[in-house]
Design a protein around this ligand. Structure first.
Ligand code: NDP
Length: 283
């Protein structure tokens, strides 16, 4: 599997498997199928409620731990956030049945995320989280965190797909040593992504699907992708993106699909801030 090297030297597969919105009772089967299809990077989160099932699939696979890259995420914590971050991390490890994760992310830029980050820096120094990063951080939030802390986040996982390309933001992250990881690479099919004319035409030229074009386009931009599917046929398709290359002209045509609009919600929308900040996980 092709990999990117994070800012602390840790290697991360450029393509992995996301498990958001896979029901807990379907997740073990889905992750086992993904591992059988060749995926070696799995992206989960405490908030997805399926860490146990991910752990069960990893255990059942028999794949040596050092050949896997496991990411999970910390949900918003109450005060005292440093102690609660450590508790939440311990719970995630216990659910996953692991003694370390490869990447631990702050899931949302809400609450006392400075205290959360301090605790995560410790977890990183202790070797229990090989790399640490953030998710859904806007440029100002990311830069502020970088400027005022010791460890630069290895990754920022943000909504990135043909309609929201984050080209300028990627330049900023690159300059700061932060790897861009896309969530929602297909925009979950919104805005007609799978029947988009430009993507369909490019797919036809290479005899591949729209999904493969989208993933290949991001990989050529050096963006880490974690597509989700519960369908073994689509899992196989989504990982089969290393046997063709998009031309400069095709990359330029995809660049024109950018609208800048989120297909989901705006993290700066006061209603979303209220909703996300109020949510707490059961331990
Ligand atoms: P995606 O953009 O990956 O879209 C998933 C949808 O596309 C599913 O409905 C799936 O259906 C369908 N699909 C997958 N492959 C194909 C294909 N080849 N052809 C046609 N349809 C296909 O959405 P996600 O929101 O799941 O994003 C991916 C991952 O990113 C998540 O699983 C999660 O790990 C992460 N994420 C992180 C967030 C964050 O806040 N940090 C927020 C959202 C996601 P089916 O399953 O039936 O194949």
């Amino acid at each position: 599997m092709h990999a990117v090297t994070l800012n602390n030297g840790v290697e991360m597969p450029i393509l992995g498997f996301g498990v958001f919105q896979i029901a807990d009772d379907q997740t073990q089967q889905a992750v086992e199928a993904a591992l059988a299809a060749g995926y070696r990077s799995i992206d989960t989160a405490a908030a997805y409620g399926n860490e146990r099932a991910v752990g069960a699939a990893i255990a059942a696979s028999g794949i040596p731990r050092d050949q896997l890259f496991v990411t999970t995420k910390l949900w918003v914590q109450d005060a005292p956030a440093e102690a609660n971050t450590r508790r939440a991390f311990d719970a995630s490890l216990a659910h996953l049945g692991l003694d370390h994760v490869d990447l631990y992310l702050i899931h949302q830029p809400f609450g006392d995320y400075y205290a959360q980050w301090r605790a995560m820096q410790e977890l990183n120094r202790e070797g229990r989280a090989r790399a640490i990063g953030v998710s859904n951080f806007a440029p100002d939030q990311l830069l502020d965190l970088i400027i005022n802390n010791d460890i630069v986040p290895a990754v920022n996982q943000i909504e990135t797909h043909p309609f929201r390309q984050n080209v300028e933001y990627q330049e900023l992250m690159r300059a700061e040593g932060v790897q861009l990881e896309s969530w929602g690479p297909f925009a979950e099919g919104k805005n007609g992504l799978f029947s988009n004319e430009v993507l369909t035409a490019i797919g036809a030229a290479h005899d591949v699907s729209v999904a493969q074009v989208v993933l290949r386009w991001m990989i050529q931009r050096e963006i880490v992708v974690i597509p989700k599917s519960v369908d073994p046929g689509r899992m196989a398709q989504n990982i089969d993106v290393f046997g063709f290359e998009l031309t400069e002209d095709e990359m330029a045509r995809i660049a024109e699909l950018h609208t800048g609009q989120s297909q989901f919600f705006d993290h700066a929308d006061p209603e979303m801030v209220r909703w996300l900040s109020a949510r707490r996980l059961e331990s």
